[in-house]
Design a protein around this ligand. Structure first.
Ligand SMILES: Cc1cc2nc3c(=O)[nH]c(=O)nc-3n(C[C@H](O)[C@H](O)[C@H](O)COP(=O)(O)O)c2cc1C
Length: 267
């Protein structure tokens, strides 16, 4: 429970969203940052006056873990100012925010404002890490955008959405539901090669505790978010996925460490 002015709930596979949460916290001041993957209580009722939900767009919508957290755990008071920041490699922010708005409404809550911005893509099936130069350009633009977003949040506008979704919300929601369900089984495609040092980072960083070291080798269950954290953070680059060339450049946000995420997940 937060007694700060702002509580930011975030989910992040490869660190982009945590980077944004930190930048936004710096701008807003007096902010607590909470990893959704570390929220194990059935009810989370922040006392903060402003609550932010920060997430990476997955398949034009919410990652399953964020969806479940908002639906089943998050309880906000009527006078709490609720906003959200979606980030994505290409698009889908407005549709994801619409999904979140509906979800909150279904819980007798509301979404006062929704923002979105681009970050480097971590979706390995579509390509490897972008060039360092391109990543840096995105980080600089995102930091500027965060300043603007913070100033807007301070004014507490109601029903403020940075952009309208060009995909009808109901179609995007179905698409997201279908893909997120199929993601859960995709973990069967992960494998580890002989570079594995049994360090256990994959087990510790998995937001759903879906990876277990068995005889010093990771084994995946069937509760996968497809966040790619196990693969992208593997310090030995030993984890790969069937159908994706091992030479494809892995990605994680350079301002965040695996330990930053692990300590928030395992606290
Ligand atoms: C399973 C999955 C699905 C994704 N779907 C989308 C998408 O629909 N649109 C998009 O622009 N980016 C998509 N992305 C890219 C991420 O939203 C983006 O890279 C984000 O910055 C990752 O944040 P994180 O580092 O906090 O995990 C997807 C990534 C993953 C892992």
């Amino acid at each position: 429970m937060s007694t700060r002015q702002t509580a930011l709930y975030y989910f992040s596979g490869t660190g982009n969203t945590l980077m944004l949460a930190r930048l936004l916290a710096q701008e807003l001041g007096d902010t607590e940052i909470v990893n959704i993957a570390g929220c194990r209580d059935s009810a989370t009722a922040p006392e903060a006056d402003r609550v932010g939900i920060l997430f990476p767009v997955y398949a034009f919508g919410l990652p399953r873990i964020v969806h479940n957290f908002v639906k089943n755990s998050l309880e906000t008071a009527e006078n709490t100012y609720v906003f959200s920041l979606a980030n994505y490699g290409g698009g889908g922010g407005p549709a994801a925010l619409k999904q979140l708005e509906w979800l909150l409404k279904g819980n007798r809550g509301k979404l006062d404002a929704g923002f979105g911005l681009t970050m480097p893509s971590n979706y390995l099936p579509f390509g490897g890490a972008e060039s360092q130069e391109r990543q840096n350009r995105r980080f600089i633009a995102a930091a500027e955008k965060i300043k603007e977003i913070a100033r807007i949040i301070e004014k507490r506008p109601e029903n403020y959405f940075y952009r309208k979704s060009f995909v009808p919300g109901c179609i995007a929601r179905r698409f997201n539901k279908y893909f997120c369900r199929s993601f859960a089984r995709e973990a069967a495609k992960f494998y580890v090669n002989r570079n594995c040092t049994a360090c256990g980072v994959c087990e510790q960083i998995c937001p759903t505790q879906n990876v277990k070291l068995v005889d010093g080798r990771p084994r995946w269950g069937d509760n996968c978010e497809q966040c790619f954290a196990c693969l992208q953070w593997c310090p030995a680059v030993a984890i790969h996925r069937r159908g994706i060339p091992e030479t494809r450049q892995h990605y994680h946000n350079p301002t965040v460490t695996a330990q930053d995420l692990i300590k928030d997940i395992r606290k």
